[in-house]
Every structure is written in C-alpha cells, then in structure tokens.
Design a protein around this ligand. Structure first.
Ligand code: FAD
Length: 478
C-alpha cells in the first residue's frame, strides 16, 4: 500500500548532515521529513566518530593508568575486560542515537525509516524498512511505500569505505573501520592499510590493547591532509609507542585466512610480506550516490562520484541541495552539520553561505593532532611570505604538571599583514585547544590578537599564546 506525504522539505539520510539540516529546517518553521535507511545518526554516531572515540578514550585511560607511577600512584593487577569495553562503546552509541531520535521528535520532524530515491522533480519514493513499522517515533504503517512530495530536498546520503583493488572486504580476514570497531576479540597481529586518521586511530586502539600493529602507507608520509611537520612528529611518536610504520608500501595482495594470513606489499626497493591475523583497510571513503535515482532529476555526480554544490549547498537542480560526505568538501562530521544548517536556511529562503577558511581537523591519537587553515608548505607554495611561531609543550607549566609534554603549537601568520593563516598542534588536548585559533581565524584575526589575549595560568592554552608571541620572537617561557 502506498501513502502520499506533502512537506516543505525532505532530507535523505539522518547522519550529522541530514539530521542537523532537519532540525534547523523545523526551527525555521518548515514541515520536514528525514528519511533514513540504516541508522539514525549515520556513520558518525554508529560506526565512525563516536564508537572510535569511546574506544580511544577507554584505551587512553588504560595507558594513563599504566603510567600512573610517575604521579606516585601504584596500581597493581591492571586487567582489561574487553567485552565490558565494547559494552561501554555500545552504550554511548545507543544513548546518542536515541538522543538524535528524541531531538527530531521534539522538533516535530517526521522520521521515515526506509530507503529513499528520486521518482522525479520534487518527488521521492521511500521503501519503508519492515522493522520500522514497529518504531513508535517513525512514520507508522507496516512496510510499504511512501511517496514524499517536497518543495525542497536535501541529499545527505554520506559515504562508504573505499575498497582496495584485488583485496575485497570479507568481514573476517579483511575488514573496514566498521569491522574494526566491533571486533569480538583483540587480535594478536593486525596490518592496517592506510596511514590516514582512521588507520592511525584504530592502530592506536589495538596497539594499546596489546596487538602488534603494522601500518602500511603507500605515500612517503602519514596523514597527507595535515601539515608535514605534524605528520613527521606523529610518525616519530607513534613509532615510539610501538607501531611498526612502513612508508612507500603499496599493498599488492592478501593471502591466507583470518588468524593465519600474509600481506604482500611493494616498497621502492623490493617486494615484501608481513604475517598477520587480520587486515584493516582504511584507505579513505567514497561518496554514496548509487541508488538515489539521480537520473530522475538529471543530476549527474562528478567523475569521483561527488555531487557538486555552490556556497549555499545548491546542486544544479532547482530546489535540490546536497551536504556532508556526498559533496567534495572535507569529509568531517562538523563540516556536514554546518553544511546542513546552510542548506536548511537556503531552503527556507534565507541567504546563507558555507565558509571553509577555518575548518578544524583533529586526529584523536595520543598525543592529539589538530590543524586549522593553511599548512605551512601549502602557504609557501601559494607564494605567501610567512612568519611562523612555535612553542613546545615542555615549556608549558600545566603540561609539566600533567606529565604530558610531547608536542608543540605552530602559528602561521602572513609576514606583512600578520593575518592568521593557520595553526597546527601536536599535544595534550590539541583537539580542544585548536579552537582558540579557529575562533580567531573566524574573525579574520591576527597572530597579535592571540598574543595579546590574557590566558589563564596554568593552562595548556598558554602554549597557543606563547606560539603567537613567538611569531615576533617574543615568547617568554622557553
Ligand atoms: P553519514 O554520517 O554517512 O550519514 C548518511 C546517512 O544517510 C546514513 O545513515 C545512511 O544510512 C543514510 N542513507 C544513505 N542513502 C540513503 C537513502 N537512499 N535513503 C535513506 N537513507 C540513506 N568525522 C569527524 O568529524 N570526527 C571524527 O572523529 C570522525 N571519526 C570517524 C571515524 C571513522 C571510523 C569514520 C568511518 C568516520 C569518521 N568521521 C569523523 C567522518 C564522519 O563520520 C563523516 O564525515 C560524517 O558521518 C558525514 O556525515 P553525513 O551526514 O554526510 O553522512
């Protein structure tokens, strides 16, 4: 049986891009539906940011407890209850995804659980998931098809894992980050293909739990999206933590079975193999547009599969917007959320635009790595004349008190105007601290603004002030 629904706005996908767009649209008075085929909260809440951080936080605490003797605390008989750690992760995911459902309900957004696709301009058809029929907050009815007619439509269908040619994911020997976040047992040996942020975060989790981790990265450096100096420091520190990192290593095949396998890879000099129990492929993500019926509205993704948009997140098709991992902007949850807000506001007739100049990026290893704005090498390649200020955490009193002195802050300013062009940080709480520079850059600030701001003592944030002072050779505590 099919059912017709008329709304102002329909959103495909309830990940960070889609659910935030729906919430903002409802706030602006639009009658809104959001359609979700698998899990409310999307990749981020179910198989991405949140479960990975739950495991990273748990295993970071384990490391801190192991190192507690430096603080005069003797801890004996430390044991990991891995099933309980998994339960902690599952509990966090359940609480947060339940929270998103409740936010949508309170905002008056109708959730339809099923797969949506375009049937024509302004028309979506949704094949409702059978399990959704019992869900009290989703649009009721037993299975069947819903036809949604909407004034505007936002595509927020997200992304899926990129696959390694010739090495298909099988869920046992060769897994993706989704599988790695849900392993029933801690493997003895793991090969991680890809030295990007997902590969390094998962390597950190399992290495802290005792797995021998080998990271194979095709490029000559880790973390190609980040400042070169950040990547080099991260590589050094992660090697010290026990990760076996091989650069210039192109994987050519995997043989064997889970628990007894071999990964073949080629370096610049030779062909090598490494024995392993399991292989995690973390080589990036690809936009998900197949199955959306984009032909029905004559919307063609670019050759890499992304939907191109303008600064108001408008696609070339009137009334159709796209946000999040499906558009060619940084594949990050906070970017998806802000793009969702912009698309909702434009759909409501407001004049909103997305600004990408000061997007923070954080890698939640230990220490954390965080960046905003231009990388130093990028700024130089653009012909900018720079003044760069650096400050190490070993000169910061609070870092000393915490016994957490690895890393530094780097502030990049234009040599002539002092405009803040970028900031990069390796160190304790870098993911929180970077927002000092994010806010300053958001206001088109200068390094002098950071340098003249009074920072509370003793806090880690003083390292940012000192790095800004260092732009003019004025840092005091080094
Ligand atoms: P998604 O979250 O992928 O949501 C898209 C939703 O659309 C999905 O729920 C999907 O089921 C649904 N959908 C797709 N097609 C249809 C259809 N036809 N009908 C109905 N529903 C459909 N980012 C960060 O910023 N910080 C992090 O720490 C971080 N860690 C990560 C760790 C891992 C392991 C991974 C994999 C990703 C991580 N990310 C992180 C990236 C982040 O998860 C994504 O950038 C973010 O989820 C993108 O949001 P989105 O709304 O565009 O897409």
């Amino acid at each position: 049986m099919s059912e017709d629904l008329h709304v102002d706005l329909a959103v495909i996908g309830a990940g960070p891009g889609g659910y935030v767009a729906a919430l903002r649209a409802a706030q602006l008075g639009l009658k809104t539906v959001v359609i979700e085929k698998e899990f409310v909260g999307g990749t981020c809440l179910n198989i991405g940011c949140i479960p990975s951080k739950a495991l990273l936080d748990a295993t970071h605490l384990l490391t801190q407890i192991r190192n507690a003797s430096a603080f005069g605390i003797r801890v004996e008989g430390i044991e990991v209850d891995y099933p309980a750690m998994r339960q902690h992760k599952a509990k966090v995911v359940k609480m947060l995804t339940g929270g998103v459902r409740s936010l949508l309900r309170k905002a008056g957004v109708t959730l339809i659980e099923g797969e949506g696709s375009f049937a024509g301009p302004g028309v979506l058809q949704v094949d409702r998931a059978v399990s959704a029929a019992t869900s009290s907050e989703s649009k009721g009815g037993a299975g069947g098809r819903v036809v949604v007619r909407a004034g505007s439509i936002i595509i927020a269908s997200g992304s899926g894992e990129a696959q390694l040619p010739g090495v298909p994911l099988d869920g046992e020997l060769v897994i993706s980050s989704r599988g790695a976040l849900d392993l029933e047992e801690v493997p003895q040996r793991m090969v991680v293909v890809g030295g990007g942020y997902i590969g390094l975060e998962m390597s950190s989790v399992y290495s802290r739990l005792g797995t021998d981790v080998v990271v194979l990265e095709m490029l000559d450096r880790l973390l190609p999206e980040m400042d070169q100096e950040v990547a080099e420091t991260a590589e050094k520190l992660m090697r010290e933590q026990g990760l076996d990192i091989r650069l210039n290593a192109r994987v050519s095949g995997v043989t064997g079975r889970a628990g007894d396998a071999e990964v073949a890879f080629e370096t610049t000099e030779e062909r090598q193999t490494v024995a392993t129990d399991i292989v995690l492929v973390a080589i990036g993500r690809r936009p998900l547009t197949a199955g959306l019926g984009l032909d029905a509205i004559d919307l063609e993704p670019d050759p890499r599969g992304y939907i191109t948009v303008d600064h108001g997140m408008r696609t070339g098709v009137p009334g159709v917007y796209a946000v999040g991992d499906v558009v060619p902007t940084p594949m990050l949850a906070h970017v998806a959320m802000d793009e969702g807000v912009v698309a909702a506001e434009c759909a409501a007739g407001r004049d909103a635009a997305m600004e990408y100049r000061a997007i923070p990026a954080v890698v939640f290893t230990s220490p954390e790595l965080a960046s905003v704005g231009l990388k130093e090498e990028e700024a130089l390649a653009r012909g900018r004349k720079l003044r760069v200020g650096r400050f190490p955490f070993r000169g910061n009193a609070r870092a000393r008190a915490r016994n957490d002195v690895e890393g530094w802050v780097k502030i990049i300013a234009d040599a002539e105007t002092d405009e803040l062009l970028g900031a990069h940080c390796v160190g304790p709480e870098a993911g929180h601290l970077i927002h000092e520079a994010v806010v300053a850059m958001g206001y088109s600030g200068y390094s002098e603004d950071l340098a003249l701001t009074v920072h509370a003592h003793p806090t880690l944030s003083e390292a940012f002030k000192e790095a800004a002072l260092a732009v003019d050779g004025r840092s005091l505590h080094i």
